[in-house]
Unconditional design. Structure first.
Lengths: 83, 256
């Protein structure tokens, strides 16, 4: 049986993202949506994206988690701003 | 280097913050960084260079940003302080040729112009009318005292460099709320302070660059008319942004 996704679960996941020694992610957004906790945002590598999903699922095995996390592009700019 | 309109020489400043480099990121920025010589005279790093502020992560940053065709000037961010290894982080970066500023100034001569970069991590507190005060518990007073002290030193550095052709303030925390739009209002006091803007406005600053606010916005302006740019990597979504800065004498005054 799944644990209800309430504000305390959301807060615990938020703290995990920041305070877990393998994560330190402060830029992700959490949404509670129809019994699922949706994690959205962008990180610096595919490894971090997968690590976040894995660690949240391990810590909260009875919470339905969905991750929609992208990897930030790192290409050279195509223009400059004149100031 | 001449500006896009051919109107006169400019200083080309590339900048990015919040790259949060560890082993898994090494090499991602390098292809874009190797193109810097064609578009920039200097690269600024606006803090949060690492994930946890360890010397090992700093070595990864050093590997990514060393031996570039332009000087690299950095400030640290709150992540770079997390593991209490600031001296080791700083020395690792400096050993790789990266200039690390904390209430200090770096001067770069380029295209016949003098660029001064005054850098400080900065700190929080909030914005005018809603700023925390040096009042109450010792922890609260220490918080705001830190912001006051770093802002004072930032202002002193900027005023001391006022004779340079182009003057840039480099911080991790934001001096204005404009570039925080997109972040929850509740956390603004932890993202920056108006005291940094007041310091920036106390000198003829050309541009203020910061990071820290991953969900913020790119563009803002201080009350004194200084352009502010949030270059946090999740905001600019490219390896770095480039700003072509005209010397002050060539600038059109901003209406107030």
């Amino acid at each position: 049986m799944s644990r209800p996704v309430d504000e305390y679960v959301e807060a615990e996941v938020h703290r995990l993202l920041t305070e877990h020694p393998d994560l330190a992610e402060q830029g992700l957004i959490l949404h509670r949506r129809e019994g699922t906790l949706l994690v959205q945002g962008e990180v610096e590598s595919p490894y971090r994206r997968d690590q976040i999903h894995r660690l949240i699922s391990q810590r909260f095995p009875d919470v339905r988690i969905e991750c929609d996390i992208g990897v930030i592009r790192a290409q050279a700019p195509v223009d400059a701003e004149e100031l | 280097m001449t500006g896009a309109q051919g109107s006169g020489p400019v200083v080309r400043v590339a900048a990015v913050g919040d790259v949060h480099i560890d082993q898994d990121v090494v090499g991602r920025y390098r292809p874009a960084l190797e193109q810097l010589g064609g578009c920039a005279d200097v690269l600024l790093l606006a803090g949060d260079l690492t994930r946890h502020g360890t010397a090992a992560e700093a070595a990864c940053v050093a590997r990514e940003f060393r031996d570039l065709p332009v000087p690299v000037i950095a400030v640290l961010g709150n992540h770079d302080y997390h593991c209490d290894q600031v001296p080791a982080v700083t020395s690792t970066l400096r050993d790789a040729g990266i200039t690390v500023l904390e209430c200090e100034t770096a001067v770069v001569e380029t295209s016949g112009l003098t660029l001064a970069v005054v850098g400080a991590k900065g700190f929080g507190g909030g914005f005018a009318g809603r700023h925390a005060s040096m009042f109450g518990e010792p922890e609260m007073k220490a918080f705001i005292r830190t912001t006051c002290e770093v802002s004072d030193r930032l202002g002193e550095g900027l005023r001391a460099a006022a004779a340079c052709d182009v003057l840039v303030a480099l911080t991790h925390y934001s001096p204005v709320p404009d570039t925080l739009v997109g972040e929850p209002l509740e956390i603004y006091p932890f993202l920056g302070s108006y005291l940094l803007a007041q310091a920036i406005d106390s000198a003829p600053t050309t541009l203020a660059v910061h990071g820290h606010a991953h969900k913020g916005s790119e563009r803002g302006m201080t009350a004194g008319g200084v352009r502010v740019r949030n270059v946090a990597h999740p905001v600019i979504k490219q390896a770095y942004s480039v700003f072509n800065l005209s010397p002050r004498a060539a600038q059109i005054p901003v209406p107030t």
